[in-house]
Design a protein around this ligand. Sequence first.
Ligand SMILES: Cc1ncc(COP(=O)(O)O)c(C=O)c1O
Length: 417
Amino acid sequence: MPETTHNHALPTLPPLTYRGAALYCEDANLADLAREYGTPLYIYSQARILQNVRQLQAAFAPANPLLCFSVKANNNRALLALLHAQGLGFDVVSGGELHCAMQAGAPAHNIAFAGVGKTDAELQQALQARVGWLNVETAEELERLEQFAASAGVLQQVVLRLNPAIDADTHHQIATGGANAKFGLLVAEARALAARPWPHLDLCGVHLHIGSQLRSPAATLAALDVALEFMRASLPSATVLDLGGGFPVAYQLEEEVPDINVFATPILRRLKEYGRPLRLLLEPGRCLLADAGALLVTVMAVRNRSAARTIIVDGGMNTLARPAIYGAHHELLPVRHTPATGPADVAGPICESTDYLARNRSLPALQRGDQLAICTTGAYGYSMASQYNAQPRPAEVLVAEASTRIIRRRETFADLE
Ligand SMILES: Cc1ncc(COP(=O)(O)O)c(C=O)c1O
């Protein structure tokens, strides 16, 4: 069928567009990518990543923040190197992520090391690397760190992660700031720690991260007020404020999420009112990478039963865990567009009854060999993939206009050993 017979304005999510009936990422045809690299396949649009970075930089420009990309969202070395080249630092939460960030060329002084349960080895690794900031979450972690810094004879910059006891307006499974959350120090705990001497630690600021995919700035602003008040009263020499991540992206067609300026404008106003200059760190993950990525899968079989049509594809909860873990919604786009014929569920190949990527979606009459693109999977996609059922992890490809290159090879059985 000639491509021009189809409507050019078929609805899609970035970075994908239909040209006629064929789905593209930038100038790369997804059917060609699937043929060349196989599926399941993660693809990323370089242009979209750079656009997302520029938007965030512009929104917070008056505070000249250091954007520390949250490596947990995506630890691909080529993508980290791309972000590093834009001047970004990194937020890491394990020795492994610190390794990934440094392998990508990041200087340690632009790295913040967070995480609720750091091992002795990780604390020592961070000290040895001379990371910019260690984000501490418990009293005993601070005590261990003081000992290790004393033995190493260094003075380490530390920011205290506050639990502001504020519930973020988001899915309960990605909220981190409630009083009973496992994350961070309650204000009273942080106050007691700030009052003690730490000869080898420079308690230079505060870290907040109240949740991801925040639907409004209200909770962030309330948490910021708690942090600024804590600094004013208990850490007056503080020079660093790490506001974490959490900025939202649209996962559904036509979904409206607050623009980044809705967060940035009142945050900048409060920082100005604080009166003292603060080094602002942000830890964006999702908002830089999610809508730059898509996952390509191929239909293995179609099961038509009177109750439901089930489309079984070659990537499942092992490849993209978010639908199974959080009930997350990702839009599905046929790689070759034909009109929808009715509802269908899309299931993966894993031997678990929860292994569904989507339920009850309006989809065309797909057949074995057809492909689907699963949208908005650039963050918390590959980084949450597993080898469950001894399934090797997929490949990743970076698209820049019409050029495409493998940025992580597909795993083989040798990687299962
Ligand atoms: C401490 C911390 N910083 C930053 C992030 C990144 O959040 P997001 O991807 O929502 O920007 C997370 C995500 O959970 C986090 O735990």
